[in-house]
Design a protein around this ligand. Structure first.
Ligand SMILES: [Zn+2]
Length: 93
């Protein structure tokens, strides 16, 4: 018997492409949402730094262990990475 099933391979390829298309569409929608929020002055903290005993970046100098600082728009300091992510998700979810 044949081990290969060309039809199954092709179907798997189409399914993988569809999954990738859906994933790209979802990422594009999220990027659009972030952009709309930014135009309203709402920061979704797309980048941040955490505490380091020997700070590398300027915002790290103000942090105590566990804290993180947004390096995106707002520059707010959060008690933890979880707090920053929870704040961002309030606007994104
Ligand atoms: Zn921010």
């Amino acid at each position: 018997m044949y081990d290969d099933d060309p039809g199954a391979d092709l179907e798997a390829l189409y399914t993988a492409r569809l999954d990738a298309d859906l994933e790209m569409a979802e990422m594009a929608a999220t990027a659009d949402r972030i952009h709309r929020l930014r135009t309203k002055g709402i920061c979704t903290h797309q980048s941040w730094v955490g505490y380091l005993p020997k700070p590398v970046h300027e915002p790290q100098k103000q942090l105590t262990p566990g804290q993180v600082a947004c390096t995106d728009m707002c520059r707010r300091v959060f008690a933890s990475e979880d707090d920053l992510i929870a704040d961002a998700e309030e606007h994104l979810l």
